[in-house]
Design a binder for this molecule. Structure first.
Ligand code: GUN
Length: 315
């Protein structure tokens, strides 16, 4: 049977429609959720992400502000900005787009964000709350992965889940969220022995290591749900030929656009082996901004004594 495609755009639209109602209710109570998005330098991918974050905020009726700083910005200048944003009443969410330039002490800056406004869920207080299961603001991409699974009716409780990748921004938080949803979770990475055999144990397989098409057919248990978190930009014909078994369409795209997006999962193998999977593009990617909006709306409520209902029922 053909694998089911988990459509991230449909789920994103569903979440955005729900958020419109929540924003309306907050506005009726005199609260307009506000987001400040900080971009340092001119990384083209970061520019696109931040522009889309600000655009989506406006579409949902949020107040948003884009703060552009030169690539030469120092740690002290950023700390000063974060301090000012922390003190501004109308700002509920502070988003520092990563990566920051090399001269900036990234953790010092992220740790300076008021945890109540940390819509990226990267402050140690929010990381600790995620570990303990008493969580509020959770990193956006991992939160999106859970939304896709739940809204697609994929059972998580009791399932064997394998996460490939152990980054602070995806691998670790998604593993914790799956654990709180009662999956049996294995986290593996580049040093794992016989990675394919471990991955094959996953009824849910999360690929989040940032290597194009690394997860080939032998990594995928027949019928598994495969969530591909990778967003890799291929810019050469050689890369495209390595990733796609049939490169005709992608090569045409490369010629037209100068780049082709590829996930961490081999796109043709997953169709043959998986029961369900997220495509790239159109899978997890669309959820990330929707979850940032959800975090901003929930921060706006929580900061004024209207916390969102909890979803974890850990035991
Ligand atoms: N850069 C790539 N992913 C992310 C993310 O989730 N948050 C931020 N702030 N920057 C990123």
């Amino acid at each position: 049977m053909a694998a089911r495609v988990l459509d991230g755009k449909r789920i994103r639209d569903e979440i955005k429609a729900e958020l419109v109602g929540k924003v309306r209710a907050l506005k009726a109570a005199g609260i307009t959720p506000g987001l400040a998005a900080v971009l340092v330098g001119t990384n083209p991918a970061s520019e696109v992400y931040v522009r889309n974050k600000v655009k989506t905020s406006a579409a949902l009726g949020l107040f948003s502000e884009k703060i552009d700083l030169p690539a030469s910005t120092s740690t002290l200048e950023l700390l000063d900005l974060v301090d000012r944003l922390n003190h501004r009443e109308e700002i509920d969410g502070i988003l520092i787009q990563l990566p920051l330039p090399p001269q900036v002490d990234q953790s010092l800056v992220l740790n300076a964000v008021d945890p109540a406004k940390d819509v990226d869920g990267l402050h140690p207080i929010n990381v600790g709350r995620l570990v303990s299961g008493d969580y509020g603001l959770v990193p956006c991409t991992p939160a999106g992965v859970i939304e896709i699974l739940k809204r697609s009716g994929i059972p998580i409780r009791g399932a064997r889940a394998v996460v490939i990748g152990r980054s602070d921004i995806v691998g670790k938080p998604v593993a914790l969220l799956l654990m709180h949803e009662h999956a049996t979770v294995t986290v593996c990475h580049s040093k794992t022995r016989d990675l394919a055999a471990v991955a094959r144990e996953g009824e849910i397989l999360i690929a989040a290591m940032g290597r194009p098409a690394f997860v080939a057919g032998e990594f995928i248990r027949t019928g598994a749900t495969v969530i591909d978190v990778g967003i890799n930009r291929l810019t050469t014909e050689e890369e495209v030929r390595r990733v796609f078994h049939d490169p005709t369409g992608p090569l045409r795209l490369l010629a037209e656009k100068g780049q082709v997006l590829a996930g961490d999962v081999q796109p043709e193998d997953v169709k043959k082996r998986a029961g369900a999977y997220t495509p790239v593009p159109g899978g997890v990617g669309p959820l990330t901004i929707a979850m940032l909006m959800a975090n901003t709306v929930s921060a706006a409520g929580a900061r004024r004594g209207r916390p969102a209902p909890k979803s974890s029922d850990e035991c």
